[in-house]
Ligand binder design. Structure first.
Ligand SMILES: [Zn+2]
Length: 104
């Protein structure tokens, strides 16, 4: 039942689940393991997201430069200002700034 209609949508759902679990692994490695492995999981997740055209909805939880998963305050410094937040990667020094949307 339900198996006959395995189409693109299902493949996407599977990809999304895999991406989720890759990010969980990335977080775990950043927390308890090593950053190199964390980066690998993040890049795998991103690649999978690209291949399946799935948004890996996890921007801001990893460094856009070195791809390590952010675990504050261990490897990222988060500062907020008026309408923005900046995240400094303590591993590679990359600073990213994002606007904060009101009401979120
Ligand atoms: Zn970095």
């Amino acid at each position: 039942m339900g198996r006959r209609h395995v189409g693109k949508r299902d493949a996407k759902d599977i990809a999304k689940e895999r991406i989720e679990s890759l990010f969980k692994l990335a977080e775990h490695e950043a927390r308890f393991g090593d950053f190199r492995r964390s980066r690998r999981y993040v890049s795998l997740a991103l690649r999978m997201g690209e291949r399946h055209k799935v948004r890996a909805g996890h921007k801001r939880t990893y460094c856009p430069e070195c791809l390590v998963f952010f675990v504050p305050p261990k490897n990222v410094r988060v500062r907020t200002g008026r309408g923005w937040v900046s995240m400094t990667c303590l591993d590679c020094g990359h600073i990213s700034r994002y606007p904060i949307r009101p009401g979120r």
